[in-house]
Design a protein around this ligand. Structure first.
Ligand code: ADP
Ligand code: GLC
Length: 531
């Protein structure tokens, strides 16, 4: 007899602040927290990355007998631990030291040098998560993420059957019941929700790998993981789920086109036509990313308000100046004066350094620009040639540019958001983007590619109808387009203080919290149980 619990399980590869490689970690750390606060019974399931997880943030309460899966001829054992994260979020840890006791989440350089056995690692994680369902009780909803979550739907189906649990009238009162309720149901599986955070990573392997990861033969089909002769973890994940979401409304449209669909646009068009694909904008954790209380930065904002007015600009200017001074003394830069006597505006970048992020083009823009009127602090990790180019820029513009590459540095990232005047994110595509949301909360003007979540969150100065601009959206996302945008912002910063103050205040007033989107996810869960 399957025992269902009135729970939603988030199953994913990262969870901030325990362990994070990018925005997926932020989402896995913040959305469950908001849903819990709204009264839902939520658990987060992640691999137990023993070496890199912030152990001081987890409390392990129970350890369960080990489970086992055979990958081909090789048996692998895994452990299940339960507890809480950051004092409040129930977690389930899947322990398997060979796969998860490593120095990185996906591999070095922000995952660019990916571990060769990542498919095995995340397949084992899926088997572990489903075993945990059998041990702890099956959740009504399993919500999984990205290609690394793509194996879970198949393991759920082969374990519990294809028939989804259904509660007529939805599960509103049930998912929100404060006490745990058990539902007995045989031959039924949880509802499956899949979120695409980035279609650029699909977990593509040779079809031979399919036979090694403990899946039923029936999933070797173009109706699940097979895609033009390859094994595609993300494709299987979306084909076998009941609802598919992605992380902004604009991106939900973009991925149905050949330009942004990375070969899955046909599948995604189908899902969209059937009403299965939805774009739900991410939020950020407004408590964690709070300039008034952030303990990573040297100087907090001296205002505690939800809405700032132009009269508050003085405080914001002060906040920027002090944090710039502190940051510069830490990294060994000196503020340089612009022609009008103000210091040169500081450009901040905190990014994975991959092609999609457009940082290579940004660097070209500065290389081509004789005596560019900015200083810049670049923190990122990724492709060698972009890391090297960024380091070279800092080498030849020693007095203007500081670069730290190959590192993930949470504390420095906060300092950069707090000190920068302009945050640059010229992405070629951007499913949602959280960095620009964080940067706006810390009063930065944004220069961003006009795509995906950047389009949905940055109010464009070049759009005359826009009453409350927070930055500029770059249509031509090449070095020239980026230089044009930076030049526009420089002119406002240097020569039009009123307009600049307006941008800073507009940015700071954009609260990208989770409240609205969390409600949309809640309704999606109710709906899907009802169907
Ligand atoms: P993506 O998930 O595509 O990398 P997002 O904008 O959604 O982009 O999220 C990036 C997150 O990772 C932000 O919280 C950003 O501050 C953080 N981040 C990226 N690179 C680094 C780094 N090298 N050090 C610290 N934080 C980083
Ligand atoms: C991905 C995307 C990014 C998004 C993040 C969280 O890493 O690249 O745009 O914000 O996931 O959903």
């Amino acid at each position: 007899m399957n025992e269902f619990n009135n729970e939603v399980w988030f199953v994913g590869a990262e969870m901030s602040p325990l362990v994070k490689a990018g925005g997926l970690g932020d989402v896995m750390g913040s959305l469950p927290k908001v849903l819990l606060k709204a009264g839902m019974n939520v658990k987060v399931v992640i691999p137990y990355y023993k070496k890199i997880i912030s152990k001081n943030l987890i409390e392990i309460k129970e350890t369960y007998p080990a489970g086992k899966v055979n990958f081909g001829e090789i048996p692998f054992e895994f452990g299940i631990k339960t507890g809480t994260a950051a004092g409040e979020i129930p977690i389930v840890l899947i322990e398997q030291n060979h796969f998860f006791d490593r120095d990185e989440v996906y591999g070095s350089h922000g995952g660019v040098c990916a571990y060769k056995d990542n498919l095995w690692r995340y397949a084992l994680f899926a088997h572990g998560a489903v075993y945990a369902m059998r041990v702890l009780g099956v959740p009504l909803i399993a919500h999984t993420h990205d290609w690394s979550g793509g194996i879970l739907p198949a393991v759920v189906r082969q374990t519990f059957g294809d028939k989804k649990i259904r509660m007529e009238g939805g599960a509103e009162g049930i998912l929100n019941a404060k006490i745990n309720k058990r539902v007995h149901a045989n031959g039924l599986r949880p509802a499956l929700v899949f979120t695409i955070h980035n279609l650029g990573y699909q977990g593509v392997y040779g079809m031979d790998d399919f036979y090694d990861i403990g899946l039923d033969f029936k999933y070797n089909s173009s109706e699940s993981y097979e895609h033009f002769g390859t094994f595609n973890a993300l494709k299987g994940g979306i084909k076998l789920s009941d609802a598919v979401t992605t992380v902004s409304p604009t991106y939900a449209g973009e991925i149905t086109t050949p330009e942004y669909g990375f070969g899955l646009d046909g599948e995604l068009r189908n899902l969209k036509e059937k009403g299965i694909l939805k774009g739900i904008l991410n939020g950020i954790d407004l408590d964690y990313w709070n300039p008034a209380t952030d303990s990573f930065i040297g100087c907090n904002l001296n205002l505690k308000k939800d809405k700032y007015t132009l009269e508050d600009y003085g405080e914001w200017e002060n906040f920027k100046l002090k944090n710039k001074k502190l940051l510069f003394s830490k990294i060994g830069l000196e503020a340089k004066a612009a022609k009008n006597g103000r210091s040169l505006p500081l450009i901040g970048i905190v990014s994975r350094l991959t092609e999609e992020k457009g940082i290579n083009e940004f660097l070209n823009a500065l290389f081509n620009w004789n005596d560019f009127p900015f200083q810049a602090v670049i923190l990122g990790s990724g492709k060698d040639y972009i890391e090297e180019k960024a380091a070279y820029l800092a080498k030849i513009y020693k007095d203007k540019v500081f670069t730290l590459t190959g590192k993930y540095d949470e504390a420095l990232s906060h300092k950069i958001y707090a000190a920068s005047d302009i945050f640059v994110m010229p992405s070629k595509f951007e499913p949602c983007g959280l960095s620009q949301m964080i940067a706006m909360r810390y009063g930065c003007a944004i220069a961003a590619g006009d795509t995906g979540g950047l389009h949905d969150t940055v109010s464009d100065i070049a759009n005359e109808a826009e009453k409350k601009p927070s930055g500029i959206l770059i249509k031509h996302k090449d070095a020239n387009g980026i230089a044009w945008a930076l030049n526009e912002l420089y002119n406002i910063y240097a020569f039009n203080k009123d307009k600049w103050s307006g941008i800073v205040i507009n940015s700071a007033n954009k609260h990208f919290g989770w409240d609205d989107s969390a409600k949309i996810y809640e309704n999606l869960y109710y709906d899907i149980i009802d169907k």
